[in-house]
Design a protein around this ligand. Structure first.
Ligand code: PBG
Length: 342
């Protein structure tokens, strides 16, 4: 409708002229009820996915210094959090494992009795309706902090892909609904799809971190997951922030390999990418409102410089307006409380 109208204006040759006083844009801004009626985009609890860091131990809730309000939870405490998510109406959560032991190959990542695998089972038995998503990567499990296996200072692609498929399989075996590879190796979606299909998990969904940028906004997450790369950076596998066409290529390739849901990450500095993927690609789209985006808002809010909760809601709305249908955000529970009018 809107588009037709502006085309009509264009045909009249006055596309930059809204005739006044016939049209007064402020008419529709007079009353809250009218604002609600004409609002084009609204955030809903259904849009939110809550990330959680899960660690070993009992009764653990260790606040992450660089992420106010976010903690690492042991499985027992995590289950309480997931129950709260259910009461708030949040449909899904995503899990990140913080193992006690790390090594060069990240072998704990595919331990059938590893931290994430046990967490999935406990959550599924306590809150079966919760959609459980798992991050599939080895950077939280490697002592060098990279997302791939290493040889001679190089991040190896194909051997890493084999490992990722194993990790995804153990998550599916434990009951995960969705596996989400975040490593940015080539061919991982295909390898995971094959591994899942061969083992009877053809209904396990793949949410691919498809256009994941080499971003400085991940700083606080690496603090939380103790996954700071011990040498170099992630620029040989994550995307260059200057690229936009490449995001489309990544997304297309992941869909061709079998991704059910694609993701753009980070969200706030990449709203243009979210919009472009929405316009050009017909697939469910998630966006990751990452740790640095979350922490900046909290830091400024703690200083009293901005109204943190309102700014957070405005950011989440902008991500939805840009075209994301799902938003992974550390603010999921606080946003759900606002949306529920608590
Ligand atoms: C693991 C992974 C990362 C994030 C999600 N999965 C870290 C990274 O790639 O460095 C970042 C999430 C955030 O910053 O909130 N590969």
């Amino acid at each position: 409708m809107k588009r037709d109208y502006s085309i009509a204006l264009e045909q009249r040759g006055n596309n930059n002229l809204m005739p006044f006083p016939i049209h007064r844009q402020r008419r529709l801004r007079k009353r809250p009820g009218i604002l609600r009626m004409v609002r084009e985009t609204a955030l809903s609890v259904d849009d939110l996915i809550a990330p959680f860091f899960v660690c070993e131990g009992q009764e653990q809730a260790v606040e992450i210094t660089s992420m106010p309000g976010v903690s690492r939870f042991s499985i027992d405490r995590l289950v309480d959090q997931v129950k709260q998510c259910r009461s708030l109406g949040i449909p899904g959560i995503i899990l990140f494992g913080i193992p006690d032991k790390k090594n060069a190959e990240g072998t704990e990542a595919y331990n059938p009795d590893g931290i994430v695998q046990r967490a999935i089972k406990e959550i599924k038995s306590a809150v079966p309706e919760m959609v459980v998503i798992t991050d599939v990567c080895i950077c939280e499990y490697t002592d060098h902090g990279h997302c791939g296996l290493i040889s001679g200072g190089e991040i190896l692609n194909d051997p890493t892909v084999k490992l990722l498929a194993e990790i995804a399989w153990t998550h599916a075996e434990s009951g995960a609904d969705i596996v989400a590879p975040s490593d940015m190796m080539d061919g991982r979606v295909q390898a995971i799809r094959e591994r899942l299909d061969d083992s009877g998990h053809e209904d396990t969904i793949i949410m691919a971190y498809s256009s994941k940028y080499a971003s400085r906004f991940y700083g606080p997450f690496r603090d939380a997951a103790v996954s700071i790369p011990q040498f170099g950076d992630r620029c040989s596998y994550q995307m260059d922030p200057g690229n936009s066409d490449e995001a489309i290529r990544e997304v297309v390739q992941d869909i061709e390999e079998g991704a059910d849901i694609v993701m753009v990450k980070p969200a706030l500095a990449y709203l243009d990418i979210i919009r472009r993927v929405r316009d050009e690609i017909n697939a469910p789209l998630a966006a990751y409102n990452v740790s640095g985006e979350y922490s900046m808002v909290h830091a400024a809010s703690q200083q009293g410089w901005i109204d943190g909760p309102r700014v957070m809601m405005e950011i989440l709305l902008s991500i939805k307006r840009a075209g994301a249908q799902m938003i992974l955000t550390y603010a999921a529970m606080e946003a759900a409380r606002v949306l529920n009018g608590e």
